[in-house]
Design a protein around this ligand. Structure first.
Ligand SMILES: Cc1cc2nc3c(=O)[nH]c(=O)nc-3n(C[C@H](O)[C@H](O)[C@H](O)COP(=O)(O)OP(=O)(O)OC[C@H]3O[C@@H](n4cnc5c(N)ncnc54)[C@H](O)[C@@H]3O)c2cc1C
Length: 274
C-alpha cells in the first residue's frame, strides 16, 4: 500500500552497514522506518566502486560468520544469507614490510607458527601474547552487559584479564611481551582498521578485532561487498522499509514529546498492530 503521510516510527540517517542492519531489524519488527542516504548507493564503507575496468572493495574481510556466531545469527535473521554467498578465506591480512612479509592466518596456531619461524628468539613472548589474547576474548564473550551487584563484586575473579588490561594501550601490551620492534610493528599492523595507532589504541579493542577473525573465521562475499549492502537494502525494503538515496540530511529538529506524547505513540502502535 502506498504511504500517504511523511510520518515514521523510526528515522535513520545514513545507509551504512549500521543503518541498514538497524533499519532491517526495526522494519522486520513492524516499525515504519525511513533511511535517508546522501549517496547514490547504499552501504557507506561497505561498498564497491569502479575505476576504469577495475572494481575495488573498501572492506576486505568479515570476521565471525561461523554458524551460530552473533553475526551469522543477525545475517540469517534478516535473511541476507539467502541473497549472498559467503566464501571463507584462510588469511585475514598480509602484512608487507620492505624486508618481511607475514601472512596472518585465521588459524591461530598457523599464524603463531609463522611468527615463531620469523622471530624464533621471541617464541616464549609469542605464546604468552596469544594466550593472553585468547583469554581476553573468552572473558569478553562471557562478560556482563548490566551486572548485578554480586556479579560486579566477582568481576575481578571472573575476568582478570579484562580488569588487568582495560586501561592498557596495545603498545603497552606489546612492550610487556616483546623486545623486537619489528615484531611489535607486525602485531600492531591492524590498528589502521580502528583509527588510532598502537600507543593510543585500547589493547582490548584491537585484540578483540583480531580474535573476531581467529575465533570466527574470515569471509568474503561472492561478487564483492556491494552485494552485502544491496542485500541488506533489499531485505529492509521487503520488510516495508523506505530507503531514500541522494538525500542529504541538513538539519535535525528535536521536539520534546513528554510522557503523554510517548504514551499516545505507544497506544497508536499497539492499535496499528492489533
Ligand atoms: C579502509 C577501511 C577498511 C575497512 N575494512 C574492514 C574490514 O575488512 N572488515 C570489517 O569488518 N570492517 C572494516 N572496516 C570498518 C567498517 O567498514 C566500518 O566500521 C563500517 O562500515 C561502518 O559502518 P557505519 O554504518 O557505522 O558507517 P558508514 O559506513 O560510515 O556509513 C555512514 C553512512 O551515512 C551516510 N551519511 C552521513 N552523513 C549523512 C547525512 N547528513 N545525510 C545522509 N546520509 C549521511 C554516509 O553517506 C554513509 O553511507 C574498514 C573501514 C575502512 C575505512
Amino acid at each position: 500500500m502506498k504511504k500517504t503521510s511523511n510520518k515514521y516510527d523510526a528515522l535513520i540517517i545514513g545507509s551504512g552497514i549500521g543503518g541498514l542492519i538497524c533499519g532491517a531489524l526495526l522494519a522486520k519488527h513492524g516499525l515504519d522506518t525511513l533511511i535517508l542516504e546522501q549517496h547514490f548507493k547504499p552501504g557507506g564503507y561497505v561498498q564497491s566502486y569502479k575505476r576504469d575496468k577495475f572494481t575495488f572493495d573498501v572492506v576486505h574481510a568479515i570476521g565471525g560468520l561461523k554458524k551460530g556466531s552473533q553475526l551469522e545469527r543477525i545475517f540469517s535473521y534478516i535473511g541476507v544469507d539467502k541473497k549472498v554467498e559467503f566464501i571463507e578465506i584462510d588469511k585475514t591480512f598480509k602484512f608487507i614490510y620492505p624486508d618481511i612479509t607475514i601472512d596472518c592466518y585465521t588459524d591461530i596456531n598457523r599464524y603463531k607458527q609463522e611468527l615463531i619461524n620469523n622471530f624464533p628468539e621471541e617464541k616464549e613472548g609469542i605464546h604468552k601474547y596469544f594466550k593472553t589474547m585468547q583469554s581476553i576474548w573468552k572473558e569478553m564473550q562471557s562478560s556482563y552487559y548490566r551486572p548485578t551487584l554480586s556479579q560486579f563484586l566477582t568481576y575481578l575473579i571472573r575476568f582478570p584479564n579484562l580488569v588487568r588490561y582495560y586501561h592498557s594501550t596495545h603498545q603497552e601490551i606489546l612492550d610487556r611481551f616483546f623486545k623486537d620492534t619489528r615484531l611489535k610493528e607486525i602485531l600492531g599492523s591492524g590498528w589502521g582498521y580502528l583509527g588510532l595507532n598502537n600507543p593510543r589504541i585500547s589493547g582490548l579493542y584491537l585484540m578483540g578485532m583480531y580474535m573476531s577473525y581467529h575465533a570466527g573465521g574470515a569471509w568474503y562475499p561472492k561478487g564483492g561487498y556491494q552485494k552485502i549492502s544491496d542485500a541488506f537494502a533489499e531485505c529492509f525494503k521487503e520488510y516495508g522499509g523506505n530507503l531514500r538515496l541522494n538525500t542529504k540530511v541538513k538539519k535535525i529538529l528535536i521536539k520534546k514529546t513528554g510522557l503523554l506524547g510517548l504514551s499516545l505513540m505507544m497506544v497508536k502502535k499497539l492499535w496499528r498492530n492489533a
